[in-house]
Ligand binder design. Structure first.
Ligand code: SAH
Ligand code: SF4
Ligand code: F3S
Length: 456
């Protein structure tokens, strides 16, 4: 209903005949998918896209609030944008994503970043045409952080970054309230998407030849709550696995408290699902896990890993770990290192704890120094380098199926990922990008496997 009206307003306002939008997304895969949907809406309104924000008529920053440095980066960039706006007063600057739902951010923007014209919250993506119309008509600052129900934007255009790897949201929001985490406050409560809509999006992507489908959500393995159908995540995986096509299925992220044997069985039995589980553990100390409100123990985590490895010895696990949660003792930290040794993760994404205002952990008085935290981080990284180097050797001599993703023209190699989510480097023509190739593994770095392509 706003479409034609928006097109008319845009043609009056902007300097380019086909107006240009610059969209930059920060943060996780889910936010990247939101960015692609924002681009879809802008494209539907008549915008083309540019790579340089200085040329743009409209700039969108789709932000992340998970750690303080993510936010500082955006404030730094907004400082630069002020100069673009001085040169081109018709420029529209939009801030959305997770930071846009934080009270302290909104206050700061209103007070000191007057170059921002529009702020909208994470559930308001489909409201963008209306919000933009209102801004262009009334020439006023708009801040819309209401919670909207129509999050999943069925039927709207999506401008995808890749033509062979696609994210598909299956649930939105989070109910877990881990004590360190801002996500439940900025993304609202968990909502699952009806399976019919998920299946139709995946089918459509498979028909277009997409090779990797990543199912997205903050806690995908609690999928199904609140839907009128009788479904859970293992059943959803099995249904998606039935869709015809030459593609593989990944999912991100899962919570250990919902990691059941049924889920492991489904991963193992579904031929399209990668035998890899990204299962954030956060800490190996039960006391810290309890202070984090994670609702599992190091032992229950290990029992899931062992269940999978008893069935498939090469089953790959990766994880997220927070170093330096308030008052984490040396003993707690050593328990994390012990768990890493026991699990033998293929990769670990580690973060120094960042205090997020509004969360429960932000109220704890922390006695551990920053120096101690960064020393622990160094120890953790060095242990993981050893583990990866050793653990990757199990693949030498084996042939893996790799999805070729990008070229490194300086080194003259192509990089892709194996089923296990491990980076594989091999010499090949860049034409292989976007296809599955068989690569015989001949060696390993501590961050990747090296191999030779054996067919195209
Ligand atoms: N919902 C997902 C992802 C959450 S954010 C999950 O539960 O796995 C991704 C990772 O960021 C988390 O797993 C955690 O390791 C890290 N993280 C979240 N809040 C953080 C904080 N305040 N400080 C440091 N790392 C944090
Ligand atoms: Fe944050 Fe925990 Fe929810 Fe993940 S599960 S988004 S870490 S509150
Ligand atoms: Fe960041 Fe929001 Fe994702 S806080 S990690 S972009 S859910």
């Amino acid at each position: 209903m706003y479409k034609q009206h928006l097109k008319d307003l845009i043609s009056l306002k902007y300097r380019h005949k086909t107006p240009l939008a610059f969209v930059r997304t920060f943060g996780c895969k889910q936010n990247e998918n939101d960015g692609e949907r924002i681009k879809g809406i802008l494209s539907g309104a008549g915008f083309s896209f540019c790579e340089n924000p200085e040329n743009a008529d409209i700039i969108v920053y789709n932000t992340c609030a998970v750690r303080e440095n993510a936010e500082l980066k955006v404030f730094g960039i907004l400082g630069e944008v002020k100069h673009f706006k001085e040169k081109n007063p018709d420029l529209t600057v939009i801030l959305c994503g997770c930071m846009a739902s934080e009270e302290h951010v909104i206050e700061k923007i209103k007070k000191t970043y007057k170059q921002v014209d529009i702020i909208f919250g994470t559930s308001a993506i489909n409201e963008l045409p209306r919000i933009l119309c209102e801004h262009l008509e009334k020439h006023k600052f708009i801040c819309d952080t209401n919670e909207y129900e129509n999050y999943f934007s069925e039927g709207n255009e999506i401008v995808r970054t890749s033509d062979f790897m696609a994210g598909v949201p299956i649930m939105y929001g989070c109910n877990n309230f881990c004590t360190y985490c801002i996500v439940p406050y900025v993304r609202g409560r968990e909502k699952s998407r009806p399976s019919e809509d998920i299946l139709s999006e995946v089918k459509n992507l498979a028909d277009k030849g997409y090779k990797e489908i990543m199912l997205l959500g903050q806690n995908v393995n609690s999928y199904g709550k609140g839907l009128s159908e009788d479904i859970d995540f293992p059943r959803l995986l099995r249904m998606i696995n039935e869709i015809d096509g030459d593609f593989r299925i990944r999912f991100m992220s899962s919570h250990p408290k919902n990691a059941t044997k049924e889920l492991i069985d489904a991963i193992i039995e579904c031929d399209k699902v990668c035998k890899h589980f990204h299962l954030p553990v956060q800490s190996g100390s039960d006391e810290i896990l309890s202070a984090m409100n994670r609702n599992y123990t190091a032992e229950s985590y290990l029992s899931i890993v062992n269940y999978a490895r008893n069935k498939i010895p090469d089953f790959s696990f990766s994880t997220d770990i927070i170093v330096g949660f308030p008052n984490e003792s040396e003993d707690d930290f050593v328990k994390t290192l012990d768990l890493m040794k026991k699990v033998q993760f293929d990769s670990v994404f580690s973060f120094i704890y960042s205090k997020r205002s509004g969360t429960k952990a932000a109220l704890i008085e922390d006695k551990i120094s920053d120096k101690e935290k960064s020393e622990r981080m160094t120890r953790l990284l060095s242990l993981q380098r050893e583990i990866s180097t050793e653990h990757y050797k199990r693949f030498i001599g084996k042939t893996l199926t790799v999805l070729a993703e990008e070229e490194n023209s300086e080194k003259g190699v192509v990089l892709g990922k194996s089923d296990e989510f491990i980076i594989v480097e091999f010499k090949a023509d860049k034409d292989v990008i976007g296809n599955f190739v068989k690569v015989k593994i001949t060696g390993a770095h501590n961050w990747a496997l090296i191999g030779e392509i054996i067919n195209i």
